[in-house]
Design a protein around this ligand. Structure first.
Ligand code: GLN
Length: 295
């Protein structure tokens, strides 16, 4: 992204907890949208792969809801947290039930559900991502996954803390390995926008011709993104963007205009809450110019 634009809107800072994210240059910017009929419109670095990080939580919660349905809500809540994505604070007084599936704590429980539901959960995740994005080459980045583990003290603590309440049923290390793999997946804006298309089409994925979840469930996944997809900035996102969205610390943000299109924007500099600084502005301008906010 142009230095002038970065100066004007604030360039943020790339995530610094692992080198693979810290070293991504801030001159990158890409955006892609996929309409209901599969037409792609894209701009900038929309075909450059990046670390999808927490965006993967949309896909894993979809898989968990498909596997065990509403029973998931006995293990994870559906409330916005108002706390940072990696916060542990509510876990103690809520007895190991994370506030929502998009905080790290919630995603770890979702990962645990998938480990119980599938014999080869990693393979099932990769197949899901490949089918949704229409790209057979989607995979994890081993260097990222390894550094996530090496620096993942807080996630390791979170998983063990939840385990102490009995809300993780599988081996904690296996749950963490799955979580670090999902964070390490590398995809580009076009692939990610495509992977979200089913949420713009009442649960139907045009890439694979498959009904992934019911129309009602896709509405509900969108509502989860609206209330918790951007963590303690979800109120701000609803206010300025007005679309269900999910961010990741790799600088990607996916968003859905229900019944119309899915989008992905990528800019690696983050704001103080871990959301892409210029990605946020791009989505704000998008709904401002098109009038496509759900409100
Ligand atoms: N790997 C990051 C973590 O677990 C993912 C967080 C994010 O993208 N918000 O802390």
């Amino acid at each position: 992204m142009d230095a002038e634009v970065r100066k004007r809107f604030g360039e943020g800072r790339a995530a610094s907890y692992i080198d693979a994210l810290a070293n991504v240059p801030l001159d990158r910017f890409g955006m892609a949208l996929v309409t209901r009929d599969g037409t792609v419109h894209e701009v900038g670095d929309s075909r450059e792969g990046f670390s999808i990080q927490s965006i993967s939580k949309v896909h894993t919660v979809t898989m968990a809801l498909d596997a065990i349905g509403d029973a998931l809500w006995e293990r994870v809540d559906r409330e916005p947290s108002g706390d940072p994505f990696n916060s542990l604070i509510q876990l103690e007084y809520e007895k190991g039930i994370p506030r929502n599936p998009f905080m790290n704590a919630g995603a770890l429980v979702v990962a645990d559900v998938l480990l119980s539901a599938h014999e080869r959960p990693e393979q099932v995740l990769l197949e899901f991502m490949r089918a949704r994005s229409g790209s057979t080459d989607v995979g994890g980045d081993e260097v990222v996954a390894r550094s996530e583990r090496e620096s993942g003290f807080r996630n390791i603590a979170t998983a063990n803390f939840i385990r102490s309440f009995g809300n993780i049923h599988n081996d904690v290390d296996a749950v963490l390995d799955f979580y670090f793999l999902q964070c390490s997946l590398k995809m580009d804006c076009v692939q990610l926008a495509r992977s979200m298309q089913f949420l713009a089409c009442g649960g139907y994925c045009g890439m694979s011709g498959k009904q992934v979840v019911s129309a009602q469930m896709s509405t509900r996944i969108n509502s989860l993104m609206m209330t918790a997809g951007t963590y303690d900035a979800a109120g701000d996102f609803a206010y300025y963007v007005g679309l269900p969205a999910k961010s990741g610390v790799g600088g990607g943000i996916v968003a859905v205009v229900p019944h119309v299109m899915s989008l992905c924007v990528w800019y690696p500099g983050l704001d103080g809450k871990g959301n892409s600084q210029l990605g946020k502005y791009a989505l704000h301008r998008f709904t401002q110019l098109t009038g496509l906010s759900v409100f």
